[in-house]
Structures are given as structure tokens and as C-alpha cells.
Design a binder for this molecule. Structure first.
Ligand code: PFF
Length: 519
């Protein structure tokens, strides 16, 4: 074990903790990718964005940006063997700020993501006796979250706070236990369990009356959607969030791989596993909605509340109540959300904790405690109060549609154009992997990805500035939207400016040595 206490021998790239085997790394990376985004985000986004036709922009986004940026994250983490800030710093000192920008974005996401995992935990318990009753919207917003009139409220809701504390304590213990003993172990158990449980749900959903109508609604293509820029934006945004890329998290995960590790082949396995799970979730969710429409004798298109928290916490409970043996279905559905969400939240926290550990020269446990207590306190004070739902939605919108896009643009431009590491990283990947990447990879991450993302960001900014978001007052967006992004930028700059207290990185030598590397 390395780095458990401040006085322990300082970690070196040679003594850095590693995943025990490639399967451990692959399962952990799948655990990070497969999360709430697959179960509640993908089906609704696909349905709203052209149904079956959405699969085209989705696959294009996966192949042109998803997999290339996943490889880029892996290459940076594996070559420079550190969490994002130090990995970028090892390329060039000022680039540390980019690492902190990504990590601060993850920090923000962790704060609300944990809240949704906590809700899933509550609903897992409620599913046993279908406690949500007839009026599932009233139950979720009123009885459970107790969303109140004041837009900002400080009254803590115990039913949310208790599972939230449990989630944070579990996250803390796992991160403190380390990469192999904590994170890897959890994923080795949870991911197979999730696959079995979720496949069972999908099979059951396909046997329900009306299931086929649901699938037709999801997969009947609306070809005109392909000419709509917003549909393409939705596809790229979905791929980024879903694969956990450009958040600094995959950089951190890859940094714990052994020096000789087949990076690109593992990346392909992770990317295809994630997308397969996503499509499986689309099938399961829409087959279930087809049943719901059938029960109510309406068309699937007439159903409302098909995305985000409302899909999982309002529409699904209503369907579950109508289903024969619904409580078993409900228990397995919410258990799947907990498993999927939990393995993602630990990846986010590991990224944040490892960054703090390296920068401040702390031990692993000390940084795990510091970061979990900080994020947990924020999470509980923001999201177990009666104003949580609105804040969550606003922060999510700005972090995922603006923050992460900025992150990916800056990352690709800085690495390829400013630091000129595209070719070195390509040769690094090829030196360790069996699936070789050609020069087209550098062209994709250097030209196509930033080019398209700039157009996408421009469009999004224009719409946010001119139309606002969800009719929310300007001051509210200024705080939870723009303010949150401003905080991420300022925090990244401040953290970069703080003198480095961890191990001096100047002696670091990247392996394998490549001639092109200029220091
Ligand atoms: N990929 C996760 C999901 O689809 O739910 C969410 C996520 C995990 C986003 C890790 C970002 C991250 F760094």
C-alpha cells in the first residue's frame, strides 16, 4: 500500500498503486461509464431526438468523438501516471489549470449525482410496498422531496438526508480502501450483478402487453431529425456524459494501470459495453412505457414525463404500481439505479480525491476523508433541502451542456495544438496496445472534435443567453448556472496558483521514452 499516511514513503511512478489486473480496470471503467445517464438520460433523449434516427448521430458521435477522446484521456493518464492536474502539469506546468477545471466540474457533478443515487436508495425501499401510492408526482415532489415555495430553502428533509449520508459514508470508505481493495472490488461485484438484474428487467418488460408499441415509438425513425443541429448536439452531449470523458476521471483511472497495459483494446471494450447497456436500457424503458400506454389506452406519444428524474421517480413508480408483481420489478429497477449510480459516483470521487492527495502531499485516507466530507456536506445542504430539485436541474444543464463542452474543446486544442503532444500520445498508445491508432486519431481530436464542439457550444450559449432556461429568473441562473461555472473556473485557477506540496514532479520520466517528447 502506498501513500496511506503523510509520513509514508512518497509515492513514485514505480510504486503507484495499480489495478490488480486488466479485467479490474475494465470493470471499473465500465462502472464509471454505466450510470444514471444510461438508464434515465439515454432513453428519453433518444426518443425526443428522432427515435430510431437518433442512432445515426449517436453512433457518429461515439466513433468520431467518444472513442477518440476516451483514448486521449487514457493516453494522458497512462503516460503521465497521475490524476488530471498533475498529469497535465507533467506535460506543461500551466496546463495544470485544465486538470483542475475538469476535476472541479466532476466535484460539482458529484454533489448532485449523489443526491439522485440517494433518491434511488429510498425508492428501492419504497418499492417493497409501493409506498408512493396513486399520485406518484405528488408523492415525489410533495411527500418525498417536499419541494416548497421558496426557491432557496434551508430546511433539511430527513427522508433524503439519511440515504444521502449513507451514500457519502460508503463512498468515503471505498475511496479510503484504495484502488484495488476498494474501487476495483466493488465494481467486480456490482457490475455483473447489475448486468444480470437489468437483463432480467428487460426480459420481463418485453413480455408485458403493449411492449412492442413502446419499442416502435422508440425505434421508428424520424429522418427529418437528422437535419436538426440540436439533435446532433444532444448526441454528442449524451456520449460525453455517458462515457465519463473529458471530466479528468478517465485520466485518473488510466493512471492506475500498470505500465504495460493494453489501453486501446480496453477502451473499445468499455465504449461498446457502455453503448450496449444504453441501448438495452432504451429497450427496457420503452417496452415498459408501451405497457403503461396500453393500460391507459393511449399512444406512447401521448405519455408525459419521459426523461430525467421524472421518468425514474414519477412515471416508473406509476407503471410499477399497475404491473402484476410490480414490487419485484420496482425493487430490481431501483436496485439497478443504485448499483449503476454508485459505481459512477465512486469514480468521480476517486478522481477528486487523487488530485487533492497528489497536490497537497496527503495520504490516501486523509484526502478521501477531506473530499468526501466536503462534497457530502455540500450535497446534503443543497439537495436534501426543499429546493433541491430545481437546483439539481439547473446545475446539471449548465455543467453538462456548457462546462463539459468547454473542457473537451480546451483539452483537445491544448494537447494537440499548443503542447503538440498528439503524435507522442498516439505513439504511446501504440507502444502499449494491440489495437493500433492511426494518424486519423490525431486529426479527429485535433480538428473535427474541437471544430464541431465550438459550433455546438456557440449554439447552446446563444440559446441560454437569449432564452434563459426553463423560465427561471435571471438571478437564479446567475447563481446556479453561470455562477457555478464561474466558481469552477476561479477554483481551478486558485488551486493551480497554490504552490505544489506533493512530491516534486520534475524527476518524472514518461515511459516508454519517445524521441518527440520535448519537456
Ligand atoms: N457516466 C456516468 C453516467 O452515465 O451516469 C456519469 C458520469 C460519471 C459523469 C463520471 C461524469 C463522470 F466523471
Amino acid at each position: 500500500m502506498t501513500g496511506t499516511t503523510r509520513s509514508a514513503a512518497p509515492e513514485t511512478p514505480e510504486t503507484r498503486e495499480t489495478w490488480s489486473h486488466n479485467t479490474g480496470f475494465i470493470l471499473a471503467a465500465i462502472g464509471s461509464a454505466v450510470g444514471l445517464g444510461n438508464i434515465w438520460r439515454f432513453p428519453g433523449v433518444a426518443y425526443e431526438s428522432g427515435g430510431g434516427a437518433f442512432l445515426i448521430p449517436y453512433l457518429v458521435a461515439l466513433l468520431t468523438a467518444g472513442i477518440p477522446i476516451l483514448f486521449l484521456d487514457y493516453a494522458i493518464g497512462h503516460r503521465y501516471r497521475a490524476a488530471a492536474p498533475l498529469a497535465y502539469r507533467r506535460m506543461a506546468r500551466p496546463a495544470e489549470a485544465l486538470g483542475w477545471f475538469q476535476i472541479m466540474l466532476s466535484f460539482v457533478i458529484s454533489v448532485y449525482y449523489a443526491a439522485v443515487v440517494a433518491w434511488s436508495l429510498s425508492y428501492f425501499v419504497y418499492a417493497f410496498d409501493l409506498r408512493w401510492g396513486e399520485d406518484t408526482l405528488g408523492f415525489f415532489v410533495g411527500d418525498y422531496l417536499q419541494v416548497g415555495d421558496p426557491v432557496i430553502s434551508t430546511s433539511v428533509v430527513p427522508a433524503v438526508a439519511i440515504p444521502l449520508v449513507l451514500v457519502w459514508v460508503a463512498v468515503l470508505l471505498i475511496i479510503a480502501a484504495g484502488v484495488a481493495n476498494g474501487v476495483q472490488r466493488v465494481n467486480i461485484i456490482f457490475i455483473p450483478l447489475l448486468v444480470v438484474a437489468f437483463t432480467g428487467l428487460v426480459v420481463r418488460s418485453l413480455t408485458l402487453p403493449g411492449a412492442m408499441d413502446g419499442l416502435n415509438a422508440l425505434f421508428t425513425p424520424d429522418w427529418s431529425a437528422l437535419t436538426d443541429l440540436n439533435v446532433w448536439i444532444a448526441a454528442y452531449a449524451q456520449i460525453f456524459f455517458s462515457l465519463s470523458i473529458a471530466f479528468g476521471i478517465m485520466v485518473t483511472y488510466a493512471s492506475y494501470q500498470r505500465r504495460k497495459a493494453n489501453m486501446t483494446s480496453s477502451g473499445l471494450v468499455v465504449a461498446f459495453a457502455n453503448s450496449s447497456f444504453e441501448i438495452l436500457a432504451g429497450i427496457g424503458v420503452f417496452a415498459t412505457l408501451g405497457f403503461f400506454a396500453h393500460q391507459q389506452q393511449v399512444e406512447v406519444a401521448e405519455l408525459e414525463g419521459l426523461t430525467g428524474p421524472i421518468l425514474s421517480f414519477v412515471t416508473f413508480p406509476a407503471v410499477i404500481s399497475e404491473m402484476p408483481g410490480g414490487n419485484i420489478f420496482g425493487v430490481v429497477f431501483f436496485a439497478s439505479l443504485v448499483l449503476a449510480g454508485f459505481t459512477s459516483i465512486i469514480s468521480i470521487l476517486l478522481g477528486v480525491a487523487a488530485s487533492v492527495q497528489e497536490k497537497f502531499g496527503l495520504g490516501r485516507r486523509a484526502s478521501a476523508i477531506l473530499v468526501s466530507v466536503l462534497c457530502g456536506t455540500l450535497s446534503i445542504s443543497l439537495f436534501s433541502t426543499t429546493s433541491g430539485l430545481l437546483a439539481l436541474d439547473t446545475v446539471d444543464q449548465f455543467a453538462n451542456n456548457v462546462g463539459i463542452v468547454v473542457s473537451a474543446i480546451v483539452m483537445t486544442v491544448v494537447v494537440v495544438w499548443v503542447l503538440r503532444r498528439g503524435e507522442v500520445l498516439r505513439r504511446h498508445l501504440n507502444a502499449v496496445s494491440t489495437f493500433k491508432v492511426g494518424r486519423v486519431w490525431v486529426a479527429l481530436i485535433g480538428i473535427l472534435v474541437p471544430g464541431f464542439l465550438v459550433v455546438m457550444l456557440g449554439q447552446k450559449l446563444v440559446s441560454l443567453v437569449s432564452d434563459g432556461y426553463e423560465d427561471l429568473p435571471a438571478w437564479y441562473l446567475a447563481v446556479f448556472g453561470w455562477g457555478m461555472l464561474g466558481f469552477v473556473v476561479v477554483a481551478a485557477l486558485v488551486l493551480t496558483a497554490i504552490p505544489w506540496k506533493g512530491r516534486d514532479d520534475l524527476s518524472f520520466r514518461a515511459w516508454p521514452e519517445l524521441e518527440e517528447e520535448q519537456r
